[in-house]
Design a protein around this ligand. Structure first.
Ligand code: ADP
Ligand code: DP6
Length: 356
């Protein structure tokens, strides 16, 4: 059995985990993304009766438990076993392939864990029908399982794809609420933070997403470590969380609903700049953008002087992802090519699917 899951690009970003739910990747704020066509992971999963052994192959290379790339997968399955003990009684053989650079800021962990969660869903539909019904059949719950692998994977689960919201579910300003932690409240909170598709890819059919390949090397600071450090040391982090949650999130949803590119671009740029400002004000400072990234920003701002034609966004890496509309595509591309050779044009796409 083989599944395919797309990556996604967040317009409103996830950066920081709820203080009491760090292990389970509940975010401090909601995030909003597009599911991306053409950048994906393919994962084959085989299981047999056993005791939770894991064999993992990534991009044709055997990843053993002592290797750094094993960590996320190992931790993911351990959490899955804690929530669904029945799944401990199997061995797992995962063979996965990303069709784009891994750990370079293109969110390979997002498509990787969306694919693995989808593969679990399909595998256990017949093997463990009760587990399937209780935990895996429902798409929102499946997005929670993907989240346990990597937060951004949550948003790659909805089958409809397109424009996706990952709601934070819990308010981190009240983490120490009076609610006693019992198995029931644990599950209620665990599943409160999930993803859903708000608009299908066809909703905004002339929207284009341009990936620039500024650098394909693995980044120095993983998102997981970087965001932890930001929450710990950045003195204005919580103001940023509130601004995104209460001002930018609703504005962005309305802009996409109305296909209002000018408002969309303004929010996208502000959300990305906000994220990188938060990184910069972390101690020690985190800087993912390089001179080429800055040159791309200048190009976009120049292009937008008279009319809004494009917007940039950056994740934990120097590669700009540029949004534009079909009528401006050629103009935006020729301007980008003055600073970066390698670009890939795509658009919003659908969610995971079974391919074999
Ligand atoms: P990225 O920006 O590519 O998401 P991260 O540092 O956030 O980079 O995550 C990279 C890690 O995600 C890898 O080291 C590996 O542990 C995990 N990962 C990447 N691709 C896959 C995959 N296809 N299946 C499972 N895990 C994956
Ligand atoms: C900058 O999802 O990789 O891409 O939950 O610790 O695995 P973990 O982090 P991850 O972080 C993604 C951060 C981001 C923004 C985003 O995709 O929303």
């Amino acid at each position: 059995m083989k599944v395919k899951a797309p990556t996604n690009i967040a317009v409103l970003k996830y950066w920081g985990k709820h203080p009491l739910w760090e292990e389970y990747h509940i975010p401090n704020k909601s995030s909003l993304s597009f599911t991306v066509e053409g950048l994906y992971t393919e994962t084959e999963l085989e299981v047999e009766k056993g005791n939770g052994e894991i064999r993992f192959e990534l991009n044709g290379r055997e990843i053993t438990p002592d290797m750094p790339e094993f960590e996320y997968v190992g931790k993911f399955l351990k959490k899955v076993f804690k929530i669904v003990p029945e799944l401990k009684h199997y061995n797992y053989y995962v063979k996965s392939h990303n069709n784009f650079p891994t750990a370079a800021g293109y969110a390979s962990s997002a498509s990787g864990f969306a694919a693995l969660a989808k593969a679990l869903q399909v595998t256990f539909r017949e093997l463990e029908p009760q587990v399937y019904q209780k935990y895996l059949a429902d798409e929102r719950k499946l997005s929670v399982f993907a989240r346990l692998g990597s937060g951004s994977a949550t948003r790659s689960i909805p089958e409809q794809g397109g424009f996706v919201a990952w709601w934070r579910g819990l308010d981190p300003h009240y983490p120490y609420g009076p609610e006693e932690v019992t198995p029931a409240t644990f599950e209620k909170n665990l599943f409160a933070s999930y993803a859903e598709s708000l608009f299908p890819p066809e909703h905004w059919s002339d929207l284009r997403i341009i990936y620039t390949h500024v650098e394909k090397k693995e980044k120095k600071i993983k998102s997981r470590a970087g965001m932890k450090q930001t929450v710990k040391t950045n003195p204005v982090y919580w103001s940023w969380v509130d601004y995104d949650e209460y001002v930018l999130a609703p504005k962005l949803v309305e802009a996409v609903r109305g296909k209002d590119f000018s408002t969309f671009a303004e929010v996208a740029i502000q959300a990305s700049d906000g994220l990188h400002a938060m990184m910069y004000y972390t101690y020690p400072r985190i800087r993912y953008l390089n001179d080429t990234s800055e040159a791309i920003i200048e190009k976009i701002l120049e292009l937008n002087q008279e009319e809004t034609k494009a917007a940039y966004t950056f994740d934990a890496g120097p590669n700009a992802i540029v949004f534009t509309l079909a009528p401006y595509e050629n103009e935006v591309l020729s301007s980008l090519k003055e600073v970066v050779e390698d670009v890939y044009v795509t658009r919003p796409g659908k969610g995971p699917e079974v391919i074999e």
